[in-house]
Write a protein that binds this ligand. Structure first.
Ligand SMILES: *Cc1c(COP(=O)(O)O)cnc(C)c1O
Length: 396
């Protein structure tokens, strides 16, 4: 892989990662559900107000747990956006579900709630909205449609931890929600995730599925005097060493989010008003959404211009990336009947999206270099220093 002066992502350390890992090792428990797993769980449950927050080995695994909890059977239909990461759909396909691909809204790139009801059939067993870039989907409409149909909602909130929709945390609307702590997300332990359980009816079975189909959690709480095999399940709990790393990040959530907000606002204040005349669109965050500052992206006029800008930035040592090829047009998606034209907004927009370098410790000089390179690509003058927004000092 070529070295870039300004990479797209870089894992950042919040401060106490190594100390907490040493503590986990010294405590003598490095398997799952030790001290740090409990601290992560307590923090997430208290902050978000969810019935249960179960750490998992990934968001993919949390989604697989959701599919098991909802008893997804072969032939069941699951509505997912075509514009998402493969795991959103694969977790359900693993259980034999048939994906029904939804298009996205052109403004937020979130599942288009105005087209949702038409996709539901008597076989629909789940609706899986993704809060793209940590900007909330239209949850009022989605929950109303799902409620009328009696279909549970699973929020794929991989991007959106601590984002809010109408003042309420993302991940607290659906019966279930999933988080990712992969290296590329706002909070990380390398590979990790969480299943948020909002509907208390799923709590006990979620614990069992996560513990290889045993009632080990009840045993440790003293609710049964031996633990045994009671259901299907697998091993979805991460080592406490990883939870120690994650806790060091979650405890500094205010600092991490402030840093990310500062990067996002710098890009936005520097580029908005200067690129639109070149046919470039910038992210839209509705007034009732508090975003999680997961990413900053541009929508270029067309594929050729996007590839040209990627190459232009690359020549200056800056790595920008695109993502989400429409799932309904992938090899797997086509096996489920996906056809060009099924999701026109996704198809059109996927060719035009470009993500800018974005990580907690992205230096201000590097942010300025990215902006300067983009403006020079468009022949725009660089902003005067005096014009730049006041940079807030972000403390530890
Ligand atoms: C990153 C991501 C996932 C998968 O997360 P892992 O923790 O890597 O399994 C799922 N859905 C979305 C939308 C993602 O961005």
């Amino acid at each position: 892989m070529p070295e870039f002066r300004i990479p797209f992502n870089r894992p950042c350390f919040a401060g106490n990662e190594q100390a907490y890992i040493a503590q986990a090792i010294a405590a003598g428990q490095i398997s799952g559900d030790g001290l740090f797993t409990k601290q992560c769980r307590n923090l997430l449950e208290a902050e978000l107000g969810v019935a249960r927050a179960l750490l998992t080995t990934s968001c993919t695994h949390a989604l697989e747990m959701a599919a098991l909890l909802l008893d997804i059977q072969p032939g069941d239909e699951v509505v997912v956006p075509s514009f998402t990461f493969v795991s959103t759909v694969n977790a359900f396909v693993l259980r034999g579900a048939r994906p029904v691909f939804a298009d996205v809204r052109p403004d937020t790139l979130n599942l288009d709630e105005t087209r949702l009801a038409a996709l539901l059939t008597p076989r629909t067993r789940a609706i899986v909205p993704v809060h793209y870039a940590g900007v909330g989907c239209e949850m009022d409409a989605i929950m109303a449609i799902a409620g009328r149909a009696g279909v549970p909602v699973v929020e794929d909130n991989a991007h959106g931890l601590f984002g809010k929709y109408r003042g309420r945390y993302l991940g607290t609307f659906g019966a279930l929600a999933t988080q990712s702590f992969h290296e590329t997300k706002n909070f990380t332990c390398g590979e990790g995730g969480a299943l948020l359980v909002n509907d208390p009816r799923y709590v006990e079975r979620a614990e069992i599925i996560r513990e290889k189909g045993t009632n080990r959690s009840r045993f440790f709480r003293g609710q049964v005097d031996k633990y045994t095999w009671v259901d299907v399940g697998s091993s979805y709990l991460p080592s406490d060493v990883l939870a120690a790393f994650l806790y060091a990040q979650l405890e500094k959530r205010a600092m991490i989010q402030a840093k990310r907000q500062s990067v996002w606002e710098y890009y936005d204040l520097s580029l908005r008003g200067r690129l639109e005349r070149h046919g470039v669109s910038l992210p839209h965050v509705p007034a009732h959404c508090e975003q999680s500052y997961h990413m900053y992206y541009l929508l270029l006029p067309n594929l050729e211009e996007r590839q040209a800008l990627i190459a232009y930035l690359k020549a200056r040592g800056i790595l920008s990336v695109f993502h989400y090829l429409p799932l309904h047009l992938s090899d797997m998606g086509r096996q489920f009947g996906g056809q060009p034209g099924d999701c026109p907004v996704t198809e059109e927009m996927s060719d035009r999206l470009l993500r800018l370098p974005f990580y907690n410790d992205l230096a201000e000089t590097d942010q300025a270099d990215v902006v300067a390179a983009i403006l020079s690509f468009y022949g725009e003058k660089e902003p005067e220093t005096a014009w730049l927004p006041e940079r807030q000092a972000v403390g530890g």
